[in-house]
Design a protein around this ligand. Structure first.
Ligand code: PSU
Ligand code: MN
Length: 285
C-alpha cells in the first residue's frame, strides 16, 4: 500500500518564480504536505540522476543556480548525460511520478495551448503527458497566459478528465473565474479519490486534473489587461519556445508590483496541501 506521497514539480522553482520567493515557495509547499501527514517528493535532476524527493540542499541548488535546464520528457536523456542540474516541468514530473508509482502531484497551473498557437504551434508537452500518465494532478487550472478555451478543447481531445475542486468553473490561475464551466466537480478528497479509483479501474492511462481555485485571487479583468501587456512585450522581444512561459510570468510579477507573485505562491502551497489530502485519502481507499 505504501505511504501517502505528493510529488511536486521543480520548474516552478527554477524558472517560474524569482529568487528568493522560489526557494521559500518550494519549502512552503513541502511543509504544507508534511503538515497534512503526507510525504512530499519534489522531483528534479542532479548530477546525472533523476531524484524523487530532492533534499533541502538539492532544492537550494535548483533555486539558486544559473544553469538549470527546464526538463520536459524530451530533455531527460541529454540533461542526464550532460550532468547539468534540471528542473522538471509538469510533463517531466508526470513522467517520473508515473514511473515511480506516485499517484498524486501538485503544481500551480498546467501548461496548455498558447494564444496564437495556430501560428506558433506552441502547445505545452504537459497536455501530451497528461494523456499518458495515470497520476492525479492538483492545479489552479491552466496558466492564464494561455488560450484557456482551446486548452480545455485539447484536454478533451486527449481524453483527460478535468474536475473542479470545490468549483464548477475552470479557474484562471490568478483568478477564481474564467467564464468556462466545468461539467464535473468534487467537494472533498474522498470524492476526488472515487474518480481516481474509477479512472484506474477502467484501465485508462490519462491523468485526472483537479482544479482548485486560488485562495488569494485577483480580479479576472485586471489580470487580463496585465496579460495583454505581457504578451505584447514577449512578441516585441521575439521570445519563443520554452522561454515563453517564464518570460510572461516574470513580466506579470513586475507589472503587478508582485501581486501575481503573491497569488502564485499562495496557490502553489494550497494545491500542495490539497494534493497531500488526496494522497492520504487514496492510501486508505
Ligand atoms: N505553474 C506555475 N508556474 C510555473 C509552471 C507551472 O505556477 O512556472 C511551469 C510548469 O512546470 C509547467 C510549465 O509544466 O510551467 C509549462 O511550460 P511550457 O508552457 O513551456 O510547457
Ligand atoms: Mn511551449
Amino acid at each position: 500500500m505504501g505511504g501517502a506521497i505528493a510529488a511536486l514539480e521543480s520548474t516552478v522553482i527554477a524558472h517560474g518564480l524569482p529568487r528568493p520567493h522560489n526557494l521559500e515557495a518550494a519549502l512552503a509547499m513541502e511543509a504544507a504536505v508534511r503538515e497534512e501527514g503526507a510525504t512530499p517528493a519534489t522531483i528534479g535532476l542532479v548530477s546525472g540522476h533523476i531524484v524523487v524527493g530532492l533534499s533541502r540542499g538539492e532544492i537550494e541548488l535548483l533555486a539558486n543556480s544559473e544553469n538549470v535546464a527546464k526538463v520536459s520528457r524530451r530533455d531527460f536523456s541529454a540533461v542526464l548525460a550532460g550532468g547539468r542540474p534540471g528542473a522538471t516541468t509538469v510533463a517531466g514530473t508526470l513522467a517520473v511520478a508515473a514511473a515511480a508509482g506516485i499517484r498524486v502531484m501538485a503544481t500551480g497551473g498546467i501548461g496548455g495551448v498558447h494564444r496564437g498557437a495556430e501560428q506558433t504551434f506552441d502547445i505545452s508537452a504537459d497536455i501530451t503527458e497528461l494523456a499518458h500518465s495515470p497520476v492525479a494532478i492538483v492545479c489552479s487550472g491552466a496558466k492564464v497566459i494561455l488560450d484557456l478555451p482551446r486548452t480545455l478543447e485539447v484536454l478533451e481531445t486527449a481524453g483527460v478528465p478535468v474536475v473542479g475542486y470545490r468549483t464548477s468553473e475552470f479557474p484562471a490561475f490568478y483568478s477564481r473565474t474564467s467564464g468556462l464551466p466545468l461539467e464535473h466537480r468534487v467537494d472533498d478528497p474522498a470524492a476526488a479519490v472515487r474518480i481516481i479509483k474509477s479512472q484506474r479501474e477502467l484501465g485508462f492511462e490519462q491523468a485526472v486534473v483537479f482544479c482548485n481555485p486560488p485562495a488569494k485571487a485577483m480580479d479576472e479583468h485586471e489580470v487580463s489587461t496585465l496579460v495583454e501587456e505581457a504578451l505584447r512585450s514577449a512578441a516585441e522581444q521575439g521570445i519563443s519556445g520554452k522561454a515563453v512561459t517564464p518570460y510572461l510570468l516574470d513580466h506579470l510579477a513586475r507589472a503587478s508590483q508582485g501581486r501575481t507573485l503573491e497569488t502564485n505562491v499562495a496557490l502553489l502551497v494550497d494545491n500542495a496541501r490539497v494534493a497531500a489530502r488526496i494522497a492520504l485519502a487514496l492510501r486508505g481507499a
